[in-house]
Write a protein that binds this ligand. Structure first.
Ligand code: MLT
Length: 332
């Protein structure tokens, strides 16, 4: 079977090795521009992207005129893919939603502790010859509000409980049972919940409804000295409003793995980058060896299964990945 895959973002090398063993041709065009994509995509059955490549309706239409049948989003968020267009042109879209859950949750914990203790700022000062203590905050006994109680939110909640935190969760869907089963208190009024939270961690997808969800209005609901963490999508937060909240003391410190513009482009984003109580990482939530290995295996397995390619090597590789995810309480 002559199957061609186009990859436009960086994937773990195991994807390429395994595809080769399955006899599938993979062409890698890292950093391909939109124009290049429009030109290339009709020649491929499958397009594999991470969050950098924007797959809009025109690209999907161009692909459909050629061989394109499947788009694999090697990761979680689908906000960079025009899902309506994909549906209209009957191009299937799959992602690997569980592969990076643990890595993102671990980063959240890291950012929470780093923000509470100003680790990045104090490290910077120490390196520059300023050896001065600064009093931070403990997380034990504090209230964490998880906004968005999907896989990552639930994982963060479980880890935070192990730190001795009290955890509340908010979502637009009914989370009563899933929250209670983890010993988490479900809350239904976001502003009200923000008034009692010491730490807020955001885990919502980027949609029209969540764009700039965290703007002045919600920051005003927060109690003073809140620690604010965002590892979901940058555009869920209005950077200018966050800056004001930091200046007014509503937000004590922030840990941001994502920004609306990556790399930071607006004056507010650049100020956040320089702020002593803000830690910014370059969208590394899923960027661990383990998560990227799982993403690669699950992406390839999705392709072989969807396109009916018989490849025992891919099936063999997926087994331990699924076993591990199951052990974590996640599915493949
Ligand atoms: C995701 O949605 O999977 C993450 O933001 C990470 C990525 O795409 O690399």
């Amino acid at each position: 079977m002559d199957v061609r895959i186009l990859v436009t973002d960086h994937l773990h090398k195991v994807f390429h090795e395994l595809a080769k063993r399955c006899g599938i041709r993979v062409d890698e065009r890292l950093g391909a521009t939109r124009d290049e994509l429009l030109r290339l995509v009709p020649g491929y059955d499958v397009l594999v992207v991470r969050s950098r490549t924007r797959v809009d309706g025109e690209i999907i239409a161009a692909g459909r005129k050629g061989r394109l049948r499947l788009i694999v989003r090697a990761g979680v968020g689908l906000d960079n893919i025009d899902l309506e267009a994909a549906k209209r042109y009957e191009v299937e879209v799959v992602n690997t939603p569980t592969a990076s859950t643990q890595s993102v949750a671990e980063l959240v914990l890291g950012l929470m502790i780093a923000a509470a203790r100003s680790i990045a700022w104090l490290n910077y000062r120490a390196r520059n010859g300023v050896w001065l203590k600064e009093r931070g905050l403990e997380l034990y006994g504090k209230t964490l509000l998880v906004v968005g109680f999907g896989r990552i939110g639930r994982r963060v909640a479980a880890m935070a409980k192990a730190l001795g935190m009290r955890v509340k969760a908010y979502d637009v869907i009914d989370i009563e049972r899933s929250a209670r089963s983890l010993g988490v208190e479900p809350v239904y009024d976001l502003c009200e919940a923000l008034r009692s939270a010491d730490v807020v961690s955001v885990h919502v997808p980027l949609t029209k409804q969540t764009y700039h969800l965290f703007s002045d209005k919600l920051f005003e609901c927060m109690k003073p000295r809140t620690i604010f963490i965002n590892t979901s999508r940058g555009a869920v937060v209005d950077a200018e409003a966050l800056l004001r909240a930091l200046e007014e003391g509503k937000v004590y410190a922030a840990g941001l793995d994502v920004l609306e513009h990556e790399p930071p482009a607006t004056p507010a984003e650049k100020k956040l980058l320089e702020h002593p109580r803000v830690i910014v990482t370059p969208h590394i939530g899923a960027s661990t060896e383990e998560a990227q290995y799982r993403v690669a295996i699950l992406s390839l397995a999705a392709i072989t299964r969807r396109l009916g390619i018989c490849c025992p090597e891919a099936e063999e590789a997926i087994k331990p990945v699924c076993d591990q995810l199951e052990e974590m309480g996640l599915n493949c």
